[in-house]
Design a protein around this ligand. Structure first.
Ligand code: DC
Length: 195
């Protein structure tokens, strides 16, 4: 059976970087599920139809990483029919052998509650804003306000809100380098594989 790693957490906490590094190290597949919501949000028109009609080219657009796409994603992600339209794709991806790493907001709670390892990655608001600002060449204060607005919407929505699964391992990356965060995640994988 495929080994499934679910990584959740707020925006810019480091979950994408950790997810990619874990997948590369373990030879697993990696899915950044935020891209599905970003692609739905930037497509325009009816979001439910956009989510149902997503194709590979939608996920390859070069404007998906922008702050505007992040906000649009967070808004469409609150619509239950949009989330429902994206469930099967994510669950099928998770079954890929020899294993898969999925990062998002509801992977450990809704998409893969049976995941072998659940990580919940957090970092202080200030550090997350600085990281995102340097990534996008944007103003840290503006990024801070945007991240906080997005986190509020993502954690207060009725449908699959952002929250740690009861059995998630919490990883705080505030004071960690990327290498230290990845090493901590890999040791959590090692502990789980040993049991
Ligand atoms: O991870 P990200 O910043 O690319 O995600 C963009 C938005 O998409 C995020 O603010 C909320 C939504 N999202 C979600 O609701 N569920 C997921 N599994 C992934 C992302």
């Amino acid at each position: 059976m495929a080994f499934i790693i679910a990584i959740d957490g707020p925006a810019a906490s480091g979950k994408g970087t950790i997810g990619r590094a874990l997948a590369a190290d373990l030879g697993f597949h990696h899915l950044d599920t935020g891209l599905l919501y970003r692609a739905t949000g930037v497509k325009g028109g009816d979001p439910v139809a956009a989510a149902r009609g997503l194709v590979a080219a939608d996920l390859a657009r070069d404007d998906l990483r922008s702050a505007e796409a992040g906000q649009a994603a967070s808004r469409v992600a609150a619509i239950p029919e949009v989330r429902a339209a994206l469930i099967d794709f994510q669950r099928r991806f998770a079954m890929r052998e020899p294993g898969a790493v999925l990062d998002g907001r509801d992977i450990g709670t809704v998409i893969c509650p049976q995941a072998d390892l659940k990580l919940y990655v957090v970092a202080s608001d200030q550090v997350r804003a600085m990281r995102r600002a340097s990534e996008l060449g944007a103003d840290p204060a503006e990024m801070l306000a945007q991240l906080q607005e997005r986190d509020r919407r993502d954690s207060q929505r009725a449908s699959a809100p952002l929250r740690p699964a009861d059995d998630a391992v919490v990883l705080d990356t505030t004071d960690l380098t990327i290498e230290q965060a990845v090493a901590a995640a890999l040791s959590a994988v090692g502990r789980r594989r040993a049991t």
